[in-house]
Design a binder for this molecule. Sequence first.
Ligand code: PA5
Length: 424
Amino acid sequence: MSLSKALEAFDTLTTRKGRGNDYLGWLDLPTDNNRPEQDAMKKIAAEWKLKAQVVVVIGIGGTYLGSKTALEALLHPFANELALNQGPKILFAGQNLSQDYMAELMDLLEEKEYAAIVISKSGTTTEPAIAFRIIKNHLETKYGKEEAATRVIAVTDKSRGALKEVASKEGYRTFVIPDDVGGRYSVLTPVGLLPMAVAGVNIDSMIQGAAKMREICMERSGNNIAIQYAALRNLLYGKGKTIEILVNFNPKLQYFAEWWKQLFGESEGKEGKGIFPASVNFTSDLHSMGQYIQEGERIMFETVLDVKHPAREYSVGNDPADVDGLNFLAGMEVEQVNKKARAGTKLAHIDGGVPNILLEAERLDAFNLGALFYFFEFACGVSAYMLGINPFDQPGVEDYKQNMFALLGKPGYEELAEKLKERL
Ligand code: PA5
């Protein structure tokens, strides 16, 4: 039943006849293969490698999580300490409203040679707009207006919006966020690819991985893994499993889960429907969330995102004293221990009434990450159409913004401000 429903939803998505079908540009991004744009990104990466120790990426939500995910997954976490020459260090701004975070970031930027990528489709999203205002000012004071303009790239709408206007006025180089690609589906546009290129990620390989996965996802068949995943989620949801936990056993995937939560949360959580997307990092969180998953309310299922082959080798050593009793593991790779932890956890959680879906990637590299991005985007489109909702809008995100503007005293929001103040 769920499978035939998933095939119907697949048809809705691929014939482009469903709700929100003006936001389906992401479906073809891996095969659009915009070489001049990719070359321009690599050129900027080469240029900034010579003059920036740090590149600040300014964005939030869909303009932040994709690149953050890729950098966490693919770069050496201690590259700076080891002075590995992978490219400038990428830091983020505009993804929160913390004054302390901003002040501490500015402490660093005061000391370092830096450049900035500001990403916003509308140009009016408060968090990145405030961060950009501060950083623009600082860049101009530090380098002078002319040099500062060479150190800012704007990724924004092709013709409209406040950021486009500033970019034209200041002479910034720009990249376009396509009209038909929403924020949470934009990782394979310059929104995600430019910061990745600047950080030294192989973006060609990432696009190839996504293209390979596109071929798999486009096949109308019960063997299509994206259709199977969407069908399974829907089946479990129908059985009262209203929370999906994305599980990893590799801390490099922590931000992948944050990207995934936005994708599914914003796409499905509307009209009183949708599975609540949650995440855990195992084995760390087995020591904090494991108890609840094993014995708490039986409302969740797990989707384990497994990486089959680690990039590096490391074994447990031998200790003649064997005080910790671990010599039975001597010579075993740490990954083998991790694998047994995975198997043991899976069985324990299934015994505890938590269904388990397993998704496996061969390894964690740009190619496979590109494939994973595309896989989940596609599965999310199918899954949301199975719920009968529009996967590509996010009307609920506006409510807090309206309230915040009113409470901040933004002109035009006076009436709402009065109403809200009565309630505070
Ligand atoms: O997915 C989305 O649409 C959002 O997360 C947006 O990307 C985010 O709010 C930033 O919006 P904008 O690009 O207009 O600054």
